[in-house]
Write a protein that binds this ligand. Structure first.
Ligand SMILES: Nc1nc2c(ncn2[C@@H]2O[C@H](COP(=O)(O)OP(=O)(O)OP(=O)(O)O)[C@@H](O)[C@H]2O)c(=O)[nH]1
Ligand SMILES: [Mg+2]
Length: 307
């Protein structure tokens, strides 16, 4: 399941208390140290679009508290920062309506500051008061209630009918590990991968009627609106590649006519299968040729000159 909305409370760590203490020897002065600073809460953007799933069970996220001050003017340790990972494309909104959007993988933003540590009694020593008997408590960390909403952000998006080979391609050219299957609707929720810093999305296959809610892809059509380039996959297995193309274009148009103006590359997928099909008629040698594909012509001339 893909969690694309959540509500959490985040808290910076509490500052550690300052210490009240005096040196053991007779007439010893104050030596209570300061408390440590509470840890901050930060967010880091990741390409894992399932990263919001962790917040199904984790509703409150608090950074580590600072340690109390020690004797011998020893300061307490600062609390560790808490770094929450959220998918790139997450929109975070606090109670005041302030919005932060995660737009780049690896981007890190401070969300809630930890509280300051309290001063120990040594730091209050002065010529007027050489034996202060008080220290400060640490301060509370910042607390915020955040609404999280995932808007899928991708530079490129694979679209096409179910089973066209979209997820296979995503796995081949990015770090993704999407589920592949020789049947329609293997992908139930989008997958993301990263290619040279660009985010490539693979959404569930679209079918006729998708724009009216048929199949699974319609939920994700809205995500295509922000994508820069569409990679439209059409399988060589198809008996009617142009028909396949038109089905998808029609659904894009019905959903939002502006989608048709997006830059699009058509990828003829599973091209090896055309050869395999022809090989089945008993001919061993099937050579894909196009006069517009220099490599294929080179391969042909090489075979012919050698033969
Ligand atoms: N021979 C061959 N098979 C391929 C190729 N690409 C994908 N396949 C196979 O085609 C089937 C469908 O691949 P997927 O990548 O799951 O297709 P999809 O478009 O993501 O499908 P949905 O998620 O259902 O929309 C799988 O059995 C793949 O192994 C290819 O280039 N050549
Ligand atoms: Mg798929």
């Amino acid at each position: 399941m893909l969690v694309d909305e959540a509500e959490i409370i985040i808290r910076g760590g509490h500052g550690g208390a300052g210490r009240v203490s005096f040196r053991a020897k007779l007439g010893g002065g104050p030596d209570g140290g300061d408390g440590g600073r509470g840890g901050d809460v930060l967010v880091r953007a990741t390409s894992d679009i399932y990263a919001l799933n962790q917040f199904l069970s984790k509703k409150e996220c608090t950074a580590e508290d600072g340690e109390s001050g020690g004797v011998g003017i020893r300061s307490g340790a600062n609390g560790k920062d808490l770094i929450l990972t959220m998918p790139v494309g997450t929109l975070l909104t606090d109670a005041a309506g302030t919005e932060i959007e995660l737009t780049k993988i690896g981007q890190q933003i401070l969300l809630a500051k930890g509280g300051l540590g309290g001063r120990g009694n040594e730091s209050f020593k002065s010529s007027n008061n050489t034996t202060p008997k008080y220290a400060q408590k640490g301060l509370r960390g910042q607390e915020k209630r955040l609404k999280l909403k995932l808007k899928l952000i991708a530079d490129l998006c694979l679209i096409g009918l179910p089973n066209a080979g979209k997820s296979s391609l995503l796995n081949e050219i990015t770090n993704a590990n999407a589920k592949i299957g020789g049947y329609p609707f293997t992908t139930l929720e989008p997958n993301l991968g990263v290619l040279n810093g660009k985010i490539l999305a693979d959404i569930p296959g679209l079918i006729e009627g998708a724009s009216e809610g048929k199949g699974l892809g319609h939920k994700f059509l809205k995500h295509i609106e922000k994508v820069g380039l569409l990679l439209h996959c059409i399988s060589c297995e198809s008996d009617d590649p142009f028909g396949d193309y038109k089905i998808i274009r029609e659904e894009l148009k019905k959903f939002n006519p502006e989608l048709l103006n997006k830059k699009e590359i058509i990828l003829l997928t599973k091209s090896d299968l055309k050869e395999t099909k022809l090989k089945k008629i008993g001919k061993e040698e099937v050579i894909p040729i196009s006069i517009h594909n220099w490599d294929s012509i080179q391969a042909l001339t090489k075979i012919l000159s050698e033969g």
